[in-house]
Design a binder for this molecule. Structure first.
Ligand SMILES: Nc1nc2c(c(=O)[nH]1)N[C@H]1C(S)=C(S)[C@@H](COP(=O)(O)OP(=O)(O)OC[C@H]3O[C@@H](n4cnc5c(N)ncnc54)[C@H](O)[C@@H]3O)O[C@H]1N2
Ligand code: MOO
Ligand SMILES: [Mg+2]
Length: 418
């Protein structure tokens, strides 16, 4: 058994990311969130595009009003109204001002904006009551970013912020990596699909659904290959099909030491290289990581343990980092750990790094971890609802007391308050 961190590092080494020239497609702006950029993006324009006003007020020449005060205001002639979207028609000369609104272009001749609250309008004249600073409230052309500068990098995940930038630089079509295809197969004679009435000894193949959901949530395309019986020939056929159809393969079950655990043997028969057989984590000890020959690059194969919680924990801890790298994401591949205060006593066996599931709350005094009530057996999926984080009890420790800080693996989507 190798430590979890060692396994994660070894797995990441084995991943060949999608190719930034071959494995790409173009999507529209609305379809871009959740995708990874396959090329960096350069702005064709300056930001701001032109000198513009940050306030509703008056555009003036600072030298005219440098000595203005409430007791000795400076009076200027208002020569033009400039709303946003309007191109100024006149140049502001000495003794003149232009009425201007937020976001509007600063007219030639003017260099400073006086906000409306510091002025007094009288017909076509305006009194300036405060001088302020030279160039105040002028957002200068190109001061945020210059035309020709890179605004987004290859490998960046597109979210609301990146899509706003893409829109602003006038990209209506975006080059992104194609979504990786992840084959999912469940091994076990006892497995049935959810609509089947259970016969003695049968169990529903819940892993197929959980793993497909996780793949989809991470921006991959799950290729669900269904249930495969514990039969070497059937398994060989199914794994061969998975290799032909996918960029990464996940199977669950059949990786322990039982008489019906055939996955490792079949992988060897198919010429795969086995890199990892077991990791010192609970749940999730039996974990097979192998590489098989793909069309152009080696494919990563994860033989996840069959127990429902073990399969999920192995995905969160080991598959997710690999999938992030495979997808073309440039950095932040590793499993995301945070520190939180535990609301409950946490117990473990001490021999393996132990993951206990629960919820994470963002409170004013920091993050707090709340342990799911009920059994933390790897066979018990029924108290997993609402899981957002896994608290980690390190190897060698058998307890973490309520009120102590604990490392947690973030696995949720949204962070609730309270
Ligand atoms: N003698 C030993 N026995 C076991 C060891 C060990 O070290 N020595 N390790 C245990 C641990 S830890 C785990 S985890 C399991 C892993 O077993 P396998 O990966 O071989 O999985 P199976 O034996 O096929 O199934 C285990 C369990 O999970 C249920 N299962 C399987 N697939 C699914 C699915 N798709 N959906 C829902 N549930 C599934 C299956 O019915 C079994 O109950 O091995 C221990 N044994
Ligand atoms: O590692 Mo197993 O996943 O403890 O049940
Ligand atoms: Mg087994």
């Amino acid at each position: 058994m190798i430590p979890a961190d060692t396994a994660e590092a070894q797995i990441l080494e084995l991943v060949t990311p999608l190719d930034s020239r071959r494995d790409v497609e173009t999507v529209s702006l609305h379809d871009a969130p959740g995708r990874i950029l396959s090329a960096s993006v350069v702005s064709p324009i300056d930001f701001p595009h032109w000198d513009n006003s940050a306030m509703d007020g008056y555009a003036v020449r600072y030298e005219d009003i440098a000595l203005a005060s409430a007791t000795e205001p400076v009076e200027l002639a208002v020569i033009e109204d400039i709303p946003a979207g309007h191109s100024p028609q006149k140049s502001v000369a000495t003794g003149q001002a232009a009425r201007i609104f937020t976001g509007a272009m600063v007219p030639p001749g003017a260099d400073t904006i006086i906000m409306q609250e510091d002025t007094e309008r009288q017909g076509d004249r305006v009194k300036i009551l405060t001088a302020g600073q030279p160039r105040a409230f002028v957002r200068e052309r190109g001061s945020y970013r210059r035309a020709g500068d890179r605004v987004l990098s290859v490998g960046e995940l597109v979210t609301a912020t990146e899509v706003a930038i893409l829109a602003a630089v006038q990209r209506s079509q975006v080059a992104v990596y194609r979504q990786p295809r992840v084959a999912i197969l469940s091994t076990g004679n006892e497995l049935v699909t959810p609509e089947v009435e259970l016969q003695p000894g049968q169990i529903v193949d819940s892993n197929q659904y959980a793993l497909a959901a996780l793949v989809r949530q991470m921006g991959g395309i799950p290729v669900c290959l269904g249930i495969v019986p514990d039969d070497p020939a059937a398994l060989k056929t199914a794994i061969s099909q998975a290799i032909a159809e996918a960029d990464m393969i996940l199977s669950s079950g059949g990786v322990s030491v039982g008489d019906y655990d055939y996955v490792d043997q079949i992988l060897s028969d198919l010429g795969a290289t086995l890199h990892i057989r077991a990791v010192a984590v609970k749940p999730g000890k039996p974990l097979t990581v192998a590489t098989v020959k793909g069309e152009s690059t080696p494919l990563l194969y994860f033989g996840l343990p069959g127990n429902p919680v073990s399969a999920l924990v192995s995905f969160w801890r080991f598959v997710a980092p690999a999938l992030r790298k495979l997808s073309g994401q440039r950095h932040n591949w590793s499993a995301p750990f945070l520190l939180a205060r535990s609301r409950h006593d946490l117990k473990a066996g001490g021999k393996r790094e132990t993951y206990l599931w629960g919820q994470l709350y963002a409170t004013p005094s920091g993050l707090e971890f709340s342990l799911a009530q009920g059994s933390h057996s790897s066979g018990n999926l029924i108290n997993l609802a609402g899981t957002q984080a896994l608290a980690v009890v390190p190897i060698g420790a058998t307890a973490i007391a309520a009120g102590s800080m604990v490392r947690v693996l973030w696995v949720g989507a949204d962070l609730p308050g309270g």
